[in-house]
Write a protein that binds this ligand. Structure first.
Ligand SMILES: [Mg+2]
Length: 419
């Protein structure tokens, strides 16, 4: 048996910005994407002003000024850190947890069913707010899909921020009014197809014939219908190591020189390798890409990529940087204005079961120790306290973030001062 709770942080990025900056409380607030391009998160006040997601900053700037809307560059170091604090707090209340995204988690509350779960979730909510400063909403239901619905209602229609969808009568009423396009996992295209079949609400979908729908759509649709019926098909997936790790960024301005591209790529490799080691894996290969802007009509366009297998699996930053750079040199062409480069670490395996090359000259025990030490220093004294010289010192290619908040929780120099 399962009782799921979907915990979702309200307007997560905007809420993070408010934790250490009370001036942003109660005013319309938006968070901008990389390079301060467009709006990616909004406070409730900003939503009320009908600022859409994706609104381009340069077009909306005057509107923001006129309406006293505050804006911030995105600060992923802060969001990532607050996210782990929220998740750690949740794990205190319920060890059966699946971290679904940076701001969402599923809990299986079944083993805690001797509590009044609504009250228990209220406690979780106030504890998380008190410990981290982040407001959350919780939806309770017998399946993950229904827990998503419950969370939606919790956020939109309750004052308490907790909504329980376990009672069948309540579920009946809610599903009747719940549009299919808001159901978890129904894409725009499926929503359109379903509407053409006169299926417009979650209740209508629930009451459709699951087997027929499987034939018309797929087994995923069948499962979704069962989930709406209260039959749990999607179990809690506990933390799973990622199969690939991606790291890339757009440049603040276009980059022409190979040397700068190499620096940028090396920095992304360093970040990816850190994540690789955190999840205790090694990579067996790498995919490297670069491209110019694909929208700029005036300049010549070019894009290329390359994949390479390593002679032996590794999580050593220096080793992977040297492969990444040699891949980059193979696809780099001079004279283009590049907008982005990046990489993906491929074929990740558990670092305990790695097979070493018999003829390898790398002393992997020594190199593991070195990497562990570097990671420890960087965790303790802040990111990039120790870094590879190929990442460059001045990093002119870095993206724009003119309105970024301090890294309150991950950088000593950015700690909040109380005067
Ligand atoms: Mg959210």
């Amino acid at each position: 048996m399962t009782i799921f709770a979907l915990v979702d942080c309200n307007n997560f990025y905007a809420s993070c910005e408010r934790v250490f900056n009370p001036k942003l409380e109660g005013v319309p607030l938006v968070v901008l994407s990389n390079n301060d391009g467009c709006v990616i998160a909004r406070s409730n006040e900003a939503k009320r002003l009908q600022i859409p997601l994706g609104a381009p900053f340069f077009k909306w700037k005057n509107f923001f000024i006129k309406n006293n809307v505050k804006w911030q560059s995105s600060n992923y170091a802060l969001y990532g850190d607050l996210s782990s604090r929220v998740m750690a707090s949740l794990a205190n209340f319920c060890p059966d947890i699946e971290i679904y995204s940076i701001d969402e988690s599923f809990l299986n509350l079944f083993s805690l069913n001797f509590y009044d779960l609504v009250e228990y979730c209220q406690q979780i909510k106030s504890a998380v707010k008190q410990w981290t400063g982040i407001p959350i909403s919780i939806g309770i239901a017998p399946t993950k899909t229904l827990a998503k619905v419950a969370n939606y209602i919790a956020k939109k229609e309750t004052v308490t921020g907790v909504f329980d969808l376990r009672d069948e009568k309540i579920r009946e009423r809610v599903l009747e009014d719940f549009p299919i396009e808001n159901i978890w996992g129904i894409g725009r295209r499926n929503a359109k197809r379903l509407k053409e079949m006169q299926i417009e609400t979650a209740k209508q979908l629930r009451d459709s014939n699951a087997k027929d729908m499987r034939a018309k759509f797929s087994v995923v649709m069948e499962r979704l219908i069962q989930e709406l019926q209260g039959i749990s098909c999607l179990p809690l997936e506990s933390v799973q190591a990622r199969k690939q790790i991606m790291s890339s960024r757009s440049f603040g301005h276009s980059v022409i020189k190979l040397e700068e591209l190499e620096q940028a790529l090396s920095s992304y490799v360093a970040r990816a390798c850190y994540k690789l080691r955190q999840q205790k894996s090694r990579a067996k290969g790498i995919y490297v890409f670069l491209h110019t802007s694909m929208f700029n009509e005036k300049d010549l366009r070019y894009a290329n990529s390359i994949t390479r297998q390593f002679p032996e699996s590794s999580n050593h930053t220096g080793y992977i940087i040297s492969h990444a750079k040699s891949c980059l040199r193979k696809i780099y062409k001079p004279g283009y204005k590049y907008q982005k480069t990046g990489l993906m670490l491929l074929d990740l395996i558990d670092d305990q079961i790695s097979q070493y090359d018999l003829f390898s000259e790398n002393n992997s025990i020594k190199s593991d120790k070195l990497m562990q030490t570097i990671d420890l220093i960087n965790i303790k004294y802040g990111r990039n306290t120790v870094f590879s010289s190929s990442q460059g010192i001045t990093q002119p290619w870095k993206m724009k973030a003119n309105f970024i908040s301090p890294c309150y929780t991950t950088r000593w120099n950015d700690l909040v001062k109380v005067i």
